[in-house]
Write a protein that binds this ligand. Structure first.
Ligand code: NAP
Length: 267
């Protein structure tokens, strides 16, 4: 069977462990024949990500804290020096202070708000700016360009209890997707977001009562179950491969249908 990403090179930011959505995406990209480059945030995570990369058969592992412009420049320079031509970039990164994901939103501090938006939304702009020049130029084996994608959540447009400042960050992230798609479209670079249903990951566990969100979601979602990270990953394959060539500036929901629901009567 032909592989959907044969000959493609993908940079994936946000693999922390086997539960990370980015891990599922890396696995799916490699299954489809892509060469995958992973990043880690700081020395503390280096060994874990290197071990995961070895197990996945990822091509390379490089450092990148997305809040540091110098590290983004260094990443881009390193990839350029190796002659890497990127076809896909996955931004699967978010952070907010734990207290901002448990107390009322109105109590969010100025610093907590700025931090959540910097790491979880602005970083997509910085990543796109650093990596877009590494994508194929038109004429280089075809139309050139590539696919940039990020991960978002329903809390951007609806109030989800305890999601708080992260919902505001995701709203900013989704608007950034649209503006980036408009800017980069002339270079045939597509920018999209996948809005995933709730998945039990390290970051998600920072949200108060996250297990109740999972339980409730499985009862209410049209498919009557939670989201499998492998389903999110297959949509990422679609966006990164030529199958997604006409799609840009979109938010694609992979959430067992949760986003269509209004009010549901549950026991
Ligand atoms: P995860 O495994 O904890 O991944 C989050 C990643 O963000 C980690 O690799 C973390 O690195 C990285 N990160 C945080 N700050 C960073 C920084 N300054 N520089 C570089 N990397 C940084 O959790 P996840 O659930 O898979 O999250 C991935 C994305 O999916 C996030 O955008 C999240 O909002 C989104 N999402 C998740 C769900 C869900 O229910 N899980 C649903 C919809 C959308 P370290 O671990 O090294 O800090």
């Amino acid at each position: 069977m032909p592989q959907l990403m044969e000959g493609k090179v993908a940079l994936i930011l946000g693999v922390a462990n086997k539960w990370s959505i980015a891990y599922a995406i890396a696995k799916a990209f490699i299954r489809e024949g892509a060469q995958v480059i992973l990043t880690y945030q700081a020395d503390r995570q280096k060994q874990t990500v290197e071990e995961l990369a070895q197990e996945l058969k990822a091509h390379r592992v490089l450092p990148c804290d997305v809040t540091q412009d110098a590290q983004l420049d260094a990443l881009a320079n390193e990839l350029k020096a190796q002659g890497a031509v990127l076809n896909a970039v996955v931004h699967s990164i978010a952070f907010a202070n734990r207290e901002d994901l448990s107390r009322p939103f109105v109590e969010t501090s100025r610093a907590g708000f700025a931090l959540a938006l910097d790491v979880s939304a602005y970083s997509l702009v910085a990543v796109a700016r650093a990596t877009a020049p590494l994508m194929a130029q038109p004429g280089h084996n075809g139309p050139g360009g590539g696919s940039i994608m990020t991960l978002t959540y329903l809390g951007s447009t609806r109030v989800v209890e305890n999601y708080n400042v992260m919902g505001v960050a995701k709203a900013s992230l989704e608007a950034s997707v649209r503006y980036l798609a408009a800017d980069l479209g002339a270079s045939n670079i597509r920018v999209n977001a996948i809005s995933a249903g709730a998945v039990k990951t390290t970051s998600a566990r920072g949200i108060r009562d996250f297990s109740k969100m999972l339980e409730g979601g499985a009862k209410v979602a049209p498919l009557r179950r939670n989201t499998d990270p492998a389903e999110v990953a297959d949509t990422a394959v679609f966006l990164a491969s030529d199958l997604g060539r006409g799609v840009t500036g979109n938010i694609i929901y992979v959430d067992a249908g949760m986003q269509i629901m209004g009010f549901a009567l549950t026991e």
